[in-house]
Ligand binder design. Structure first.
Ligand code: AMP
Length: 456
């Protein structure tokens, strides 16, 4: 059964502020400290519904501010009906596909809930389960979890989901990509029937529609920036070159980018390690982040990157999902992804929180089909960067023909540009978050607790 979907209901004016959103003072104060004044479109449109307790489907990708869109109403709901945290029985459950995303969500709850007397914890695999068991046993209000570890804890009766009032399935499409469908279905059966359910996904393929129909009832539905609309502010380019030149080309583009952080995507874990070694030989300090690294090593690499100690981070898709680092000015698709949607997620790591960003895709002859799939998905050609020392003339001449989904088979060529080859859609210009707010200079939230006054 397809859920009944209400059309996008609210058209908040561009001047909607957080103060207009009926959020309680302790939340407003935490937002003000983060310098958040203007809600992003997903926030402005979803928060009123969620405060009413409606079930919800949000079609939004990372970078749109969707975490606060669900975290703020959850905090408000729980704070409005205070209840002592019960051992092993959280009142809100957020499921995230990867450890990094779960940790990121945990940080958001810590930040936005710092003036509320609520507790939360984050559980994921790859780390010692003991401390997670102890924290759950003391009782937390909000549990953020990856599916596998949550099922382990549930099977061993260290957590029970029968008191969950709000359930969030975040990045549902990614969950299915990662093969979590059975875990998710099982987790849903453990939830009480009376609850508020939210599903967020960047895309809405039929499998997600099916999942939604078993999860939400009469949901409100809000859609922002569908995945086929690649993040507007990103200046995208494709660079045709030979596979053997990719590393040198990376060093070249890195040197052209004197400021900012550079995030590089590769397909294979071993390639990430190899590339870090190659870059070191060229005098570029880089670190790798991928699924074979321990959680501690991933966090360390991320912190070094965030702090600018290594300006280059080489990542695989799985590890990159939750990366929310301000100041990434360039994303390099060193290898094109097998799934075209991953391209959108990858480049969405730059131009976050209203800042500008650039994305360069390296494409060797074996990757032409992948490029075509990406262009079909985003329904536009990615401008070709010809002016670089590794341009493989032969490859460039063989211009692929692309069907952009409108039935017209067009020759791949750069669109008329205003930025030295860079693509910038005409609608660009305003901040994605409405212009007046600042996404910069935000204090990082620390620890796993909401605020100093929290119980233990
Ligand atoms: P998300 O899509 O939830 O991963 O959020 C993307 C980034 O936007 C994060 O760095 C948030 O801290 C930031 N952000 C979220 N909401 C706002 C807002 N209203 N104003 C400024 N920055 C925001």
């Amino acid at each position: 059964m397809t859920p009944t979907l209400t059309p996008t209901p609210v058209s908040p004016s561009p001047s909607t502020t957080f103060a207009d959103l009926a959020l309680v003072e302790p939340i407003q104060r935490a937002l003000a400290e983060k310098n958040y004044t203007i809600p992003s479109p997903i926030q402005a449109q979803s928060i009123p519904y969620l405060l009413q307790g409606r079930d919800f489907i949000g079609i939004a990708q990372t970078g749109t501010g969707k975490t606060a869109a669900f975290a703020l109403p959850i905090l408000q709901r729980l704070a409005a009906n205070p209840a002592p945290a019960t051992s092993k029985r959280p009142r809100a459950l957020i499921l995230a596909p990867t450890r990094e995303l779960a940790a990121q969500i945990g940080q958001s709850f810590a930040t936005y809930g710092r003036y509320l007397k609520l507790t939360h914890t984050t559980v994921f695999g790859g780390v010692n389960i003991g401390p997670q068991i102890r924290t759950l046993s003391r009782g937390v209000d909000v549990l953020i979890a990856t599916p596998g570890r949550l099922m382990d804890l549930e099977n061993q009766r260290h957590v029970s989901l029968d008191k969950v009032e709000v359930f969030v399935l975040d990045e549902a499409d990614r969950m299915l990509d990662l093969g979590f469908v059975h875990e998710i279905k099982r987790i849903i059966t453990k939830l009480p029937p009376r609850r508020q359910s939210l599903l967020f996904s960047a895309t809405m393929p039929p499998a997600i529609q099916d999942l939604a129909s078993s999860l939400v009832h009469n949901p409100a539905r809000v859609e922002v920036t569908p995945v086929s609309t690649t993040a507007e502010r990103i200046d995208q380019q494709v660079c045709f070159l030979n596979r053997g030149d990719k590393c040198r080309a990376l060093v070249h583009f890195f040197k052209q980018q004197p400021d900012g952080l550079v995030l590089v995507f590769v397909r294979m874990k071993h390639m990430a390690n190899k590339l870090v070694e190659q870059l070191a030989r060229d005098g570029v300090q880089a670190e790798a982040i991928h699924g074979n690294k321990s959680q501690a090593a991933r966090q360390r690499a991320l912190e070094n990157f965030r702090a600018g100690r290594s300006r280059v981070l080489v990542a695989t898709d799985i590890a990159a999902r939750g990366i929310d680092v301000k100041g990434i000015t360039l994303v390099v698709n060193y290898d094109l992804p097998e799934e075209p949607e991953s391209y959108v997620h990858r480049i969405g790591r730059t131009a976050r929180a209203g800042l500008d960003g650039k994305a360069i895709a390296f494409c060797d002859t074996s990757e032409r089909t992948l490029l075509r799939q990406i262009e079909r998905l985003i329904r536009r050609p990615i401008p070709v960067l010809k002016d670089h020392p590794f341009a493989a003339a032969a490859a460039q001449d063989a211009a692929p023909r692309v069907d952009y989904g409108n039935g017209i088979d067009r020759v791949h060529r750069p669109s008329p540009n205003r930025n030295g080859g860079g693509f910038r859609p005409s609608s660009g210009g305003g901040s994605r978050f409405g212009g007046a707010r600042s996404g910069e200079g935000q204090a990082r939230s620390g620890g796993s607790r909401f605020g100093g006054r929290n119980r233990r």
